[in-house]
Design a protein around this ligand. Structure first.
Ligand code: IVH
Length: 670
């Protein structure tokens, strides 16, 4: 690139970044992913290194964010709130370490490694231990005074606790991140939608939008949390290293993330980065990377900062959870309840470490509201284990050649009528025997969240259905090797494997079984509640609308779906088939009152007529007992079937109670 072109590009990049700063900081409504923002910023930094010009001082690379909104009182930080340089790979992390080693002229640097929470940075002032004022970061020098709002967050200490560890400082700036947990956000968004409001796109926008409310009563109703991770100016207390800062904060009563670790060298930092990358999706809050900080505070001071970034700290970013891509086509998918869901087929992209090429568009209203068209460039995101979804269209990339999508009037699978029931957003295929629905039912039953039947994915489910071997999930348990061998793709071995997986799935946790049935609106969470409240499938099957709605979180709609499901003759038949096949769900984590056999130990010997040993084992375990293979003096019962063998003799010699099959069945109430 020649100089003129470079200067032009610099000017353009500055404009674009300023625009995105406003969207991010002032409107809490970013248009591009952090990843792309970082890329733009980097490009600008690189160009400015080669061609520094007279406008450098006002370039967005020299500032942290946008100026604070005028509606809040502005607040000058006692010491600047810096930002962090980013790294996107282990090579860049190693470069960072090498730079420091060179400057400090030492062998190994020890670090503190912290999860990088995706929320809003704040600075809290304490005067002789009392919380007096607090602000957002703003541009790093001046933020917005949000004292009243911060006071509504339960985890913000209003008074520093005395501890033997360190005295209470005369003055202190304590810094942390305000965030919203993913589950809280989901619940909150559901409520917003019910009330006709706009949901927040991600936890960070939710945290920012909630804290920056002029009316603190609104903030008070938002489920906000905070973790503290640094101090600014502190008077009257000396620290030697960052680890000590964090320990002290904890003693003083500030919540500090329990996943923060010390790392002896950069190798341990990289291990931490990788391990957090794996744990990321299991955490209750969103993190977008980890932060590494040189532990020694003297060394930190010596290293100093370049423009807005300290040289002693680094943000190591995970692959983004929000990225942009283009929509190649829109198709529809028929779900197990007949719902017709539009799905975007996209140019494959990596989102948070997973390649995705499909995103749900939910329903027609969503498509209209977001004005999504075939050919559009869109921002997509994947949060937790949620299916990717289109957040928004990048309107500035519209060319005019994009095509609008129309919902089909006939089911693409069975060609039946498609209707949109009144008051619902979804179109539905009304043919109860629509093959797409039946196949999807079977797949869902066997899926990971359901009975997790190994070897029974989408393809095999469809194959079994098409060959008329299976019409509903209960039929799976009546498959035989001979029948399976009729299917072209099935060899002896895979047939046996499938039969084994099916056998193993016969005593599923009750909540998994309830979920697997595929009752409308009964997801994993509701299934767990139903397990807890009803305890057995029989009780759930006979529950009335009143009994169901008496349960917290179960509304009339879900209750009606459950009652309707179990009163449908077809479904009752399926339930009866399950029973005959020996599919007996067990209640997980039985409470003391539901564990009549708690503390009792069994040994089984010989063959029982009424059930295989594996089933007997599952039943008594579900009732709180334990099962062992050898008899000792501590064994409570030895259950003897026919041809019992030497275990029976041993039981006799030890004086352990022996039950025959009938007595055993009696004991377990059958
Ligand atoms: S330290 C110089 N520690 O990341 C120290 N920041 O891009 C700067 N953040 O404004 C902050 N988790 O909003 C630090 N454990 C952590 C953090 C963290 C999240 C955010 C914070 C900060 C931004 C820097």
């Amino acid at each position: 690139m020649d100089k003129d072109a470079a200067l032009e590009r610099i000017a353009r990049l500055r404009d674009v970044i300023e625009y995105h700063n406003r969207r991010y900081y002032q409107q809490d409504d970013p248009e591009i992913s952090d990843f792309e923002y970082d890329r733009l910023l980097r490009e600008l930094q690189e160009l400015e290194k080669i061609y520094p010009d007279e406008n450098l001082a006002s370039s967005p690379t020299q500032r942290v964010g946008a100026e604070p909104l005028s509606k809040f009182a502005s607040f000058e930080h006692a010491s600047p709130m810096l930002s962090l340089a980013n790294a996107f790979s282990s090579e860049e992390i190693i470069d960072f370490d090498n730079r420091i080693k060179k400057m400090a002229a030492v062998e190994d640097i020890s670090y503190v490694a912290e999860p990088k929470l995706d929320g809003l940075a704040v600075n809290l002032l304490y005067d002789n231990g009392r919380f007096i004022r607090g602000a957002t970061r703003g541009d790093g020098i001046t933020g917005e005074d949000v004292t009243q709002n911060l006071k509504t967050i339960a985890d913000v200490p209003l008074q520093i606790k005395k501890s033997g560890f360190q005295p209470i400082p005369a003055f202190a700036e304590i810094r942390g991140e305000v965030y919203m947990e993913i589950e809280s956000l989901r619940k909150f968004n559901r409520r917003r939608l019910d009330e006709g409001g706009e949901p927040f796109a991600n936890p960070r926008n939710a945290a920012a939008g909630s804290l920056r409310q002029l009316d603190p009563r609104i903030t008070a109703r938002r489920p906000l949390n905070i973790f503290f991770y640094a101090v600014g100016r502190v008077e009257g207390v000396e620290f030697k290293d960052h680890w000590e800062v964090l320990q002290t904060l904890q003693f003083w009563g500030f919540p500090v993330n329990p996943l923060i670790r010390q790392a002896r060298d950069i190798r341990e930092c990289i291990q931490y980065f990788e391990s957090m990358g794996q744990q990321r999706e299991t955490l209750p809050y969103e993190i977008d990377g980890v932060v590494l900080k040189v532990n020694d505070l003297n060394l930190q001071a010596k290293l100093g900062a370049v423009s807005r970034n300290p040289r002693w700290a680094l943000a190591c970013k995970f692959p983004p959870m929000q990225v942009t891509t283009t929509i190649n086509n829109i198709i529809v998918n028929v779900g197990r309840t007949g719902t017709i869901t539009p799905v975007a087929l996209m140019e494959p992209v990596n989102v948070g470490g997973v390649t995705v090429s499909r995103a749900t568009l939910h329903n027609e209203d969503e498509i209209i509201k977001k004005d999504i068209r075939i050919g559009d460039t869109v921002v997509i995101q994947r949060a937790g284990d949620v299916i990717p979804e289109v957040v928004k269209v990048v309107m500035s990339k519209r060319t005019g050649s994009e095509k609008k999508f129309k919902m089909p009037t006939k089911c693409p699978e069975c060609n039946s009528e498609v209707i949109r029931p009144e008051g619902e957003a979804a179109y539905r295929c009304i043919n109860l025997s629509c093959p797409a629905q039946l196949k999807e039912h079977i797949r869902h039953f066997a899926s990971r969240g359901g009975l997790d039947i190994e070897g029974l994915g989408e393809k095999i489910s469809a194959q079994l259905f098409d060959a008329r071997l299976v019409g509903d999930p209960a039929d799976l348990y009546f498959l035989t090797k001979e029948k399976l061998l009729e299917l072209d793709r099935h060899g002896e071995k895979s047939a046996q494997n499938l039969l084994n997986s099916l056998e193993r799935s016969k005593n599923p946790p009750l909540n998994k079984f309830i979920f697997a049935l595929g009752i409308r609106n009964v997801g994993e969470h509701i299934a767990k509640i139903l397990e807890r409240e009803f305890g057995s499938i029989e009780k759930l099957m006979s529950a009335t609308i009143e009994e169901l709605t008496a349960v917290h979180e179960i509304g009339t709609e879900i209750a009606a779906n459950i009652v309707q499901f179990f009163s449908e003759p077809k479904n009752r038949l399926v339930m009866e088939k399950f029973r005959r096949a020996g599919v007996i769900p067990r209640k997980a984590e039985a409470s003391a009152k539901d564990s009549p056999l708690r503390g009792i130990s069994f040994v089984f010997t010989g063959t029982m007529e009424s059930m295989p040993r594996s089933q007997a084992k599952a039943i008594v375990e579900a009732l709180g007992a334990s099962v062992h293979s050898t008899t000792t003096r501590k064994t409570t019962y030895v259950v003897a079937g026919s041809d019992p063998g030497s275990k029976l003799d041993k039981a006799r010699s030890l004086g352990v109670t022996i039950l025959d099959e009938k007595e055993f069945l009696n004991l377990i109430g059958r």
